[in-house]
Design a protein around this ligand. Sequence first.
Ligand SMILES: Cc1ncc(COP(=O)(O)O)c(C=O)c1O
Length: 404
Amino acid sequence: MTTPLNSHPSGRHFLQIPGPTNVPDRVLRAIDQPTIDHRGPEFAVLGRDILGRIGTVFQTRQPVVIYAGSGTGAWEAALVNTLSPGDRVLMAETGHFALLWKRLAERLGLVPEFIPGDWRHGADPEAIHARLADDRSHALKAVCVVHNETSTGVTSRIAEIRRAIDRAAHPALFMVDTISSLGSIDYRHDEWGVDVTVAGSQKGLMLPPGLSFNAVSEKARAASREARLPRAYWAWDEIIEANTKGYWPSTPATNLLYGLQAALDQLEAEGLPNVFARHDRHAEATRRAVRAWGLEILCANPAEYSSALTAVMMPPGHDADAFRRTVLQHLDMSLGTGLSRLAGKVFRIGHLGDFNDLALMGTLSGVEIGLALAGVPHRKGGAQAALDYLAQAHAPARSAAIAA
Ligand SMILES: Cc1ncc(COP(=O)(O)O)c(C=O)c1O
């Protein structure tokens, strides 16, 4: 017998982890089409359309390489295309995902230097500046930063880090992981002078897991000509060459690309500035709820609050995972777990992707009911505080027809 999936009693399951996110119906319907010949003329039309539009989401005019693979693959691709064995790279300890990227770099034979962090702050532009200014021989070949640390709900200040690299007049490549920020939080590959942007399909892009991305600068492509780490599947040049005709060298994830086309339609129709404003509004409403409950937000710097998720600290003596289990059993809602050193200490509310004010209110109401059911000490009124905020920072009218 197969395992029944999504066999929830009635109503929709609330998938409020910070990715994978809820996939819009129009994207699911687009995926549900016959798979076509990936070397045929019909495919080239699809490929060209997507490749012509995907840069908008990264705010770049430079090539975006699309892989069938998870975000981890795109991390690896960024490193193996540009670096050589033994190269030193500067990384910032923002949380679990920064740690995983560092481990991956070590396994590839790179030598990461980790700027320590407390998992409550983003990467520190001053610390990056100081280390680069010290590196007179330019031994450091890359600076790698996670834009939105999904394990903590902290967003690093990428534009400031770019300025810090420039102030040190250091030639290191700048690589940024936008796996949980792209399509949710303002991110500008070209304007911020990023050399490789790493992204995945399953969060702000509102797709299932399975696609990942590298947006690539001229400087990164030049570095790839000299780089000596072994690379095969991840090699940019062959893919970029095949992409000029709308194809890929190996079999692409055709049905996920149908979904990507529909997701791009949806993001373009809403408009990126509106998408970012919506995420900002939902994040602020969530923080107001958390404060009203008397709970603490993990992110310690308001300038680095994440608009994609909020990590909430559990009162001492209470297990975040027991609370999450109660919420799942009674309310059919999945919340994000605490990762590595935050296990049991935080739960994470995902408020990114295909989401609106009423879905947020359902989510926050579910958290508030769950706190009561699980016996977690808190004050009532968090959902009300969010509702009050949404009522004054209201969403723009959905269309002229509805407004009329
Ligand atoms: C910021 C960040 N980086 C990297 C990853 C790893 O991506 P994946 O699990 O798709 O391989 C994740 C996954 O959630 C993430 O949130």
